[in-house]
Design a protein around this ligand. Structure first.
Ligand SMILES: *Cc1c(COP(=O)(O)O)cnc(C)c1O
Length: 339
């Protein structure tokens, strides 16, 4: 039995999703004439109580577009030093937007109100770059799928509002957060000026992310998407997978979270594991003890067809997703016990 726990990006469309995709009406989306994409965008915007949305090929692109619209070259944005936008987007903040970055420490990648407040530069002092954006990530990938405290987000949002700073959410796994904390989508949406959601992570669509915001923000974003080469034509055929996922695959994320708890428990019992991060959602991050190396463990699991990801020098990551059956999780637990 093959159990792929490297990432929740490895999921493949189910027969039901494929059928929905096959039957999706399509048109030229650069002309805004693809009915499926128009429906996906309207549905996504409505979900978070926003005016408009934009379907893009990837979450890297939705984040990079948002940064580009919010920032002018020479400006500075504030984010966690563990943020995906900083660590895993190929230096795109500098390359695409000429923007500098103020990196903050946090608790499992979740930055705090006080440190954001301290990080905002005085706009009257010409020595400093102009702070023009604050970015949060929920759930926090590098933080082992940690969920933000929504009160913290609310205070940061209020601060941004006072300081006239836009607040962007990298919500690649925001549904994993909202399904657990029960926060109302529209209330949550009201904290942010722009939101990026991924359809190809836990939701199980093959391709795509959606950027959500105001009418005027999305109008600018559409221009930037074109510049970056992200204007697609009859893309409704892939967007349909995302629409299907939003309508059918949110509630079931709870199952992935239960599976992650099961894996964490088994890992925690092993002598070659030093520490397992408290599991909030579908990501298990475990620190390896000196008894074995990350490479030894990952190789040993792979020999039995269980795949985990090295996640730093002494850390491994396992991510559960909708292609994992309960039998797969049980099998992975057995294999972990035999390492
Ligand atoms: C996966 C991911 C993205 C976007 O990744 P793409 O592979 O470009 O779609 C953005 N942020 C976080 C936190 C992610 O995990």
């Amino acid at each position: 039995m093959r159990v792929d726990l490297r990432s929740d990006t490895v999921t493949k469309p189910t027969p039901e999703m494929k059928e929905f995709m096959m039957n999706a009406p399509v048109g030229d989306d650069v002309f805004e004439e693809d009915p499926t994409i128009n429906e996906l965008e309207a549905h996504s915007a409505r979900l978070f109580g926003k005016e408009a949305a934009l379907y893009c090929p990837s979450g890297t692109q939705t984040n990079q577009i948002a940064i580009n619209v919010h920032c002018t070259p020479g400006d500075e944005l504030i984010c966690s030093k563990e943020a995906h936008i900083y660590k895993y987007e190929g230096g795109g903040i500098a390359k695409n937007s000429g923007t500098s970055i103020k990196l903050l420490d946090g608790d499992r990648g979740r930055i705090h109100y006080e440190s954001v407040k301290d990080a905002i530069n005085d706009p009257e002092n010409i020595h400093y770059p102009l702070t023009s954006l604050v970015c949060l990530e929920d759930t926090m990938n590098r933080g082992g799928g940690a969920i933000y405290d929504s009160n913290e987000i609310q205070s940061i949002a209020a601060l941004c509002n006072e300081e006239d700073l836009p607040l962007h959410l990298d919500g690649a796994r925001v549904f994993n957060a909202l399904i657990e904390n029960g926060v109302n989508y529209e209330t949550y949406g009201s904290y942010f000026d722009s939101i990026s959601i991924c359809l190809s992570k836990g939701l199980g669509a093959p391709v795509g992310s959606v950027l959500i915001g105001s009418e005027s923000f999305i109008k600018q974003a559409r221009r930037v998407r074109k510049v970056l080469g992200g204007g697609m034509r009859q893309a409704g055929i892939i967007a349909a997978g995302g629409l299907f996922a939003l309508k059918n695959n949110i509630e079931r994320l709870k199952i992935d979270h239960q599976h992650a708890q099961m894996l964490a428990k088994t890992l925690d019992e092993q002598s070659w594991i030093e520490h397992v991060m408290d599991v909030h959602t579908n990501i298990v991050v475990a620190q390896v003890s000196s008894e074995k190396s990350v490479e030894q463990i990952v190789d040993s699991l792979a020999r039995e067809d269980v795949y985990a990801m090295p996640f730093g020098a002494d850390t491994i990551r396992m991510v559960t997703h909708l292609d994992n059956t309960p039998a797969q999780i049980n099998y992975a637990q057995e294999v972990i016990e035999k390492v």
